[in-house]
Design a protein around this ligand. Structure first.
Ligand code: ZN
Length: 215
């Protein structure tokens, strides 16, 4: 558990990197992806944060390494609400999509969770406390992949998660992915929280990292 910038934390890694924003409001704590282990999420108590105060979880896409712990989190804390893009929603909400979620590849069984809201279109803004979470549709890696952007003290934090890909036959779309990378580059983020490869800052390093995947 590491504070990246005020009230924004890297909780740790289980499957994917899990990030958390403390809205310091009645909307509580917001998770960006769940990872695969509830015990990792519970570790936030070591930083003085209450895992029962996780009220919202934004899911960047339907892959099992990002959603595996959702049902355990819901069992532990029934107040938590999940958000994901409508194009990835079915595999998150229903059983029987183990190819899309890659649960079969990981050899784990996925227990679906219901979404509070299916995000639609190119951009939806979720407001928790005073913090606006811009959920930007960036298809390619999966049809409903999103990145999430917030601004903290004029610093733009980008939760890019699987912007590194990979391109998976039958699930991903390479051309969409390349278009999405250009869109993400244009966001000109100051800090990039990546889903598997760490945290990048300042803006020049973020730019260089994203450009590394553009062909
Ligand atoms: Zn993925």
């Amino acid at each position: 558990m590491k504070e990246i910038i005020k009230n924004v934390y890297h909780v740790g890694d289980s499957g994917c990197s899990v990030f958390l924003v403390n809205t310091q409001s009645d909307d509580g704590l917001v998770l960006i992806d769940c990872g695969m282990s509830l015990s990792l999420i519970k570790n936030i108590s070591r930083a003085g944060l209450d895992p029962k105060n996780i009220k919202n979880c934004i899911i960047t896409h339907f892959h099992i390494d990002h959603i595996g712990a959702c049902s355990d989190l819901k069992k532990f804390n029934k107040n938590v609400k999940f958000f994901a893009h409508e194009l990835d929603a079915t595999a998150i909400e229903e059983k029987g999509h183990d190819h899309e979620t890659a649960a079969r590849w990981y050899g784990v069984s996925y227990t679906p969770v219901k979404l509070e809201k299916r995000l639609k279109g190119d951009l939806e803004i979720l407001k928790f406390g005073q913090c606006e979470f811009k959920c930007i549709h960036t298809p390619g890696h999966t049809p409903g992949s999103i990145v999430v952007v917030i601004e903290v003290n004029k610093t733009k934090v980008l939760f890019g998660q699987d912007l590194h890909g990979p391109i998976i036959p039958g699930v991903s779309n390479f051309n969409d992915y390349q278009d999405s990378l250009r869109k993400i580059l244009d966001l000109k983020a100051d800090i990039l929280c990546e889903g598997h490869f760490g945290i990048y800052q300042p803006a020049e390093r973020v730019e260089r990292y994203i450009k590394g995947y553009i062909e």
